[in-house]
Design a protein around this ligand. Structure first.
Ligand SMILES: Nc1ncnc2c1ncn2[C@@H]1O[C@H](COP(=O)(O)OP(=O)(O)OP(=O)(O)O)[C@@H](O)[C@H]1O
Ligand SMILES: [Mg+2]
Length: 357
């Protein structure tokens, strides 16, 4: 075996694609197995972009530059394929012990790291937005609370004979704000619990219909104020073995969303039982969820662009998903014919131990 072919058979073992060219002419002398296994060609005329995806003219192709004798030191280039982009860090060296010289290029794929970096950046961005929204959300009930209490104090000083019912009436907005603060803080606590896998279930046996009707009754007034009617449809008589408080919380989050994003249209809640799994469905006729948002709205701090309100942290559906997971179940959203959205929470009647990830 010649020294040359011996070296090339070693290069065939490398997981990193390698291409060897004749200097100046750019004639390809050798491509190793990793380069040949790629579903596209690394060498011209295959078009290439820079690391940010801006198309490069043919003379800026890394292989052309290396053939001209330029030394590439870890520059990023991107090859587009119908299946997705591939980003490589390219290095080149010229061996001039022979004439013409031999250029060796290595292409180290970094696409998975780039994607991970983008995801991380996105998650950090979402967290920053969350922090500013969360502080705003926590601040506004406190401001209202302070105003209400100050007014009550002034009133008590001026009108010494305030009746009990007058005090109770003036305290109502303060209580509303305290409840809102309570929900916010509870959601924040739940998110940190879910993230640390500390979502422990306290299971009990109870009748499904009672829970569904109780939750919906609790929201009747709120949905009426939003112009919606909230109707409980079918509910099979079934004993379930779940964490009652958690499932109430999950259903409440779905109903709250239906009220918030339901555009004042009718909201229906129904339950079904099939093969040991209960499906709880909450449907509204509001703004709906775009196809592209149907996965990400279940991630923490994520809010779909449309229908965004300040009064929303993007935590509700994440908590629903974690509650579903802890019960060995799932939650998903689909479109409703005629507009709106349909959220389905599927939970096995009997929860077996669910291993935490
Ligand atoms: N029924 C729905 N119809 C249309 N869009 C919805 C519906 N439910 C949720 N969404 C979208 O999904 C996003 C995430 O919902 P999620 O319940 O997690 O957060 P939120 O309602 O924005 O805030 P939070 O529940 O923390 O107060 C919402 O911001 C909204 O854009
Ligand atoms: Mg919500």
């Amino acid at each position: 075996m010649s020294e040359q072919s011996g070296r090339e058979s070693v290069l065939d073992f490398l997981a990193v694609p390698v291409v060897r060219l004749e200097e100046a002419s750019g004639r390809v002398l050798f491509t190793n197995a990793a380069a040949r296994a790629l579903p596209f060609s690394l060498v011209p005329p295959t078009a290439v972009s820079d690391g940010e995806g801006a198309p490069l003219p043919p003379e800026q192709h890394p292989v052309t530059r290396a053939a001209r004798g330029e030394r590439l030191e870890g520059e990023l280039f991107r090859w587009a394929t119908p299946e997705g982009d591939h980003t490589f860090v390219v290095h080149s060296r010229v061996d001039r012990s022979r004439s013409p010289g031999v250029v060796t290029l290595t292409f180290q794929e970094v696409s998975p790291w780039r994607r991970a970096e983008e995801d991380l950046r996105r998650a950090l961005g979402a967290r920053d937005t969350f922090l500013s929204v969360a502080s705003h959300e926590l601040k506004s009930p406190i401001t209202v609370l302070q105003l209400v209490l100050e007014r009550l104090q002034r009133g008590a000083r001026r009108e010494t004979n305030l009746s009990g019912s007058q005090v109770a009436e003036r305290l109502e907005p303060a209580l509303r704000q305290v409840r809102r603060l309570g929900v916010l803080v509870q959601n924040l606590l739940d998110v940190s619990r879910a993230r640390n896998n500390h979502f422990v279930l306290e299971r009990e046996r109870f009748e499904l219909g009672t829970l569904v009707r109780e939750v919906c009754e609790r929201f009747t007034e709120q949905s009426r104020q939003a112009g919606s009617t909230l109707v409980v449809e079918d509910c099979p008589p079934v004993q379930v073995h779940w964490d009652r408080m958690r499932v109430e919380q999950a259903l409440s989050n779905l109903v709250t969303n239906a009220i918030k994003y339901g555009a004042g249209g009718p909201i229906s809640v129904c339950a079904g039982l099939q093969g040991g799994t209960v499906s709880l469905r909450v449907e509204d006729r509001g703004i709906g969820v775009a196809d592209g948002d149907r996965e990400r709205i279940f991630n923490p701090f994520e809010r779909a662009a449309s229908g965004h309100r300040v009064e929303s942290l993007g935590l509700g559906l994440y908590i629903v998903r974690e509650i579903a997971r802890a019960h060995g179940g799932t939650v998903r959203v689909s479109g409703r014919e005629g507009g709106g959205s349909s959220f389905t929470l599927c939970l096995p009647v009997e929860v077996t131990e669910v291993a935490s990830e």
